[in-house]
Ligand binder design. Structure first.
Ligand code: CFM
Length: 539
């Protein structure tokens, strides 16, 4: 591509008023590989500016929808106006598979206190109590989680006091989340709040022991389109016991039992790193970054797990599974690669997939020419090494930081200092570390945080990529410009895309999309008659 990304950057932001232009210029960087292996600094996890059409969601979405919602037998009760529930009802394709037809499964339900004007004026706590009692009588769940929406914080309802009272009254676990939509700059704040809740109210409550030799939790895997099913199958075939995921296809009991594992595997660093860190401090369970998106990345991740456990039998089994799976992947990969080689992709999603899915494109010879997160933090772009230098601003101070100390009885370091030193010495290990997106990208590639709609349009006009990856809000605007858009949140109606089997599905889906002629026939009305562009009045 002969287009200079630095010129494109200026072009994307030149329409903005001066202050906004300055801010956006710090959120858009061009990758460079420096000798000291550092990457350029990016501004991230800051508020979106008024007037900008952002891809982001709210804090409530990150807490209820993303982290807690996928667990099938925690009853989620939303305290708020009905719209907050309606919009969150079954829109994320997190799948679940109950152990038996009788097992509790509340995934299909949407419970709300349906706040009205009267509750906003006179308070909604009474209504919330009635709702909790009613939910209990109807479903008899083990746990009820209460989620606060914006008005709850504004009027000052104390959901935690209600939760405590209901817990005592009903004799089940009831806990609340102060995850009002406005509480942080994006859904990322909701992840943190949910992580804190998991840690305070669930993890460690179930002491069921396990005899298996290799026990792990898979953190930050939400079973979108069945990804989690594929991964549990792979781990099981390798002889690794998955105690719990956080939180795809999980149950209250598995999460409560997760402190019995010997290793935490972190898929999505952004949404769950807090739990990983806190579990290590309290229980002594180390964590490692894995990426099961992409066949090569899956193989690499399995080998990392085997290296951690350092057991000849496990290593042999892992190699067998990799060999078996890779043989099948290769057949599809080779034909798809022949058709996709050299094509270009752009990825703008969440806080981890814009990184992980680049691997899948690389495996079929496609090049990522621009990528960015909606709500990633600097560590997701530049690696955790920037963490000590991160400034705590008013928005992040809003979220509780839990002080964690070793559990007096249950803290048990899983590895000796010698073993740890050995693991840390391994190259490519990312042990208690995440190197971030930028170091794995090509030189001179655009990285854009919190991409706006205006920037999306300009990027598409300038580069005309072969595929654009984003979500439902972007999809049809992009496709009307004659460029196929793959939803990387919901996978459209496809998936699973994780693991080896998932890679095959992805290769086939992308092949179909980028090689379909129909996109060149799209002829939107504004091509002949462009709309009038708005102008900035004040600068
Ligand atoms: Fe993690 Fe996710 Fe993502 Fe995320 Fe999400 Fe998602 Fe995502 Mo949508 S937890 S950060 S808040 S990988 S829902 S399963 S696809 S934006 S990139």
């Amino acid at each position: 591509m002969s287009i200079d990304p630095r010129v494109v950057k200026d072009e994307l932001i030149q329409i903005y008023p001066k202050k906004l232009r300055q801010k956006r210029s710090e959120q858009i960087v061009v990758t460079e590989h420096r000798e000291d292996s550092s990457v350029p600094e990016i501004k991230a996890n800051v508020r979106s500016s008024p007037g900008i059409i952002t891809q982001r969601g709210c804090t409530y979405a990150g807490c209820k929808g993303v982290v807690i919602g996928p667990s099938r037998d925690i009853l989620s009760l939303v305290h708020g106006p009905i719209g907050c529930s309606f919009y969150a009802w079954l829109t994320r394709r997190n799948q679940t598979r109950p152990e038996s037809p009788e097992a509790q499964n509340f995934i299909n339900y949407c419970l709300s206190t349906d706040m009205q004007d009267e509750n906003i004026v006179f308070g909604g706590e009474k209504k919330l109590k009635v709702a909790v009692r009613e939910a209990f009588q109807l479903f008899h769940p083990k746990a009820i989680a209460i989620f606060s929406t914006c008005p709850v914080g504004l009027i000052g309802d104390d959901v935690h006091a209600v939760a405590r009272e209901m817990k005592a009254e009903l004799g089940i676990n009831v806990f609340g989340f102060s995850c009002e939509g406005y509480r942080g700059v994006s859904q990322s704040a909701g992840h943190h709040i949910a992580n804190n809740g998991l840690f305070k109210h669930i993890i460690g409550l179930n002491e069921t022991p396990h005899d298996e030799k290799f026990k792990v939790n898979l953190l930050g895997e939400y079973n979108i389109g069945g990804d989690g099913f594929v991964l549990e199958n792979i781990l099981t075939r390798c002889g690794i016991k998955q105690i719990s995921t956080f939180s795809g296809n999980s149950t209250y009991d598995t999460m409560a039992n997760s402190h019995t594992a010997d290793l935490n595997l972190v898929m999505c660093h952004r949404s769950i790193n807090y739990v990983a860190e806190m579990m290590e401090k309290r229980f002594g369970i180390p964590w490692m970054k894995v990426n099961f998106i992409g066949a090569d990345s899956s193989a690499k991740s399995l080998r990392k797990i085997a290296e951690y456990f350092d057991d000849a039998e496990l290593t042999a089994r892992v190699e067998e599974v990799i060999a078996e799976e890779m043989a099948i992947v290769e057949a599809t990969r080779a034909t798809v690669k022949a058709r996709c080689q050299g094509k270009t992709a752009m990825l703008f999603v969440g806080g981890s997939r814009a990184h992980h899915y680049q691997m899948l494109f690389t495996e079929i010879g496609m090049k990522t020419i621009a990528a960015g997160y909606e709500f990633g933090h600097r560590d997701d772009y530049e690696g955790r090494k920037v963490l000590p230098g991160l400034k705590v601003d008013a928005d992040s101070r809003n979220i509780e930081e839990i002080e964690v100390v070793p559990d007096p009885e249950r803290y048990r370091p899983r590895r000796t200092p010698e073993q740890l030193a050995k693991i840390e010495g391994l190259t490519e290990m990312e042990f208690r570390d995440y190197i971030g997106m930028m170091p794995e990208m090509d030189e001179d590639t655009l990285v854009i945080d919190d991409l706006s709609h205006h920037e999306t349009e300009r990027l598409l006009e300038i580069y005309r990529p072969d595929i654009f990856c984003a979500g439902i809000k972007e999809k049809y605007a992009v496709q009307k410009m004659g460029i196929p858009c793959k939803q990387l949140h919901s996978y459209d109606y496809g998936g699973p895309y994780a693991g080896f089997k998932g890679a095959i599905n992805f290769f086939n889906d992308i092949d179909r999309m980028v090689n379909m002629k129909i996109w060149s026939y799209v002829n939107p009305p504004w091509q002949a008659k462009p709309e009038q562009r708005a102008e900035v009045a004040a600068d």
